[in-house]
Design a protein around this ligand. Structure first.
Ligand SMILES: [Zn+2]
Ligand SMILES: [Zn+2]
Length: 189
């Protein structure tokens, strides 16, 4: 289903289903719902926000006070609501931005990202605080800790062998671990 240019020019808020208005934040054009203060940011524009400090400053400069009717509109309030992509109408995926930011955004792979009120600002603050770097490191640490656990298993096994007066060279430990276990089992039984 291909949207025509005319359909693209007016997009409806995926939450309130009213027409959104175009806003320019920094150098990037995006669409904003005046009712819920959500933002629709197309894929290319969001990449620039992630990469560009000036663009980030522009986002931080737009912090909007919460509209009073926020809760009355039934949006948010801890409710999980899948929203349709304003461009293709498919329900968007909900993702934890950068896996550990704690900001859950709605994401259409082909079109862009929907930010409920304040979410874009929260993400920019996360990026500014070094969040993307932390996220990458966390991923690395998770992989390393799995390796480490494996290593500890091996050390524990060989320590037990040592305490029983069985001395293995490093080569033995690396190559003959299962043999050592078999021997231990024999001695303990
Ligand atoms: Zn809205
Ligand atoms: Zn879409």
């Amino acid at each position: 289903m291909q949207a025509t240019a005319a359909e693209l020019s007016v997009l409806k808020c995926p939450r309130c289903h009213v027409d959104m208005s175009s806003v320019t934040i920094g150098a990037e054009a995006m669409r904003e719902c005046e009712r819920c203060a959500g933002l629709w940011v197309e894929a290319g524009a969001f990449e620039k926000i992630c990469a560009d400090r000036e663009q980030q400053s522009a986002v931080l400069g737009t912090a909007v006070p919460a509209p009073a009717q926020q809760t009355a509109s039934g949006v948010g309030a801890g409710q999980i609501q899948y929203a349709p992509c304003p461009q293709c109408g498919q329900l968007m995926n909900r993702i934890n931005f950068a896996r550990c930011s704690g900001v859950i955004v709605d994401f259409c792979k082909g079109h862009g990202t929907w930010f409920d009120r304040d979410e874009l600002r929260e993400i920019v603050e996360f990026i500014r605080g070094g969040g993307l770097e932390t996220s990458r490191q966390k991923e690395k640490i998770e992989i390393e800790s799995e390796r480490e656990n494996l290593r500890i298993d091996q050390i524990v096994a060989s320590k037990r062998a040592d305490s029983l007066g069985l001395n293995f060279s490093d080569d033995d430990r690396a190559g003959g671990l299962s043999a050592a276990r078999g021997l231990l089992k024999f001695l303990i039984d």
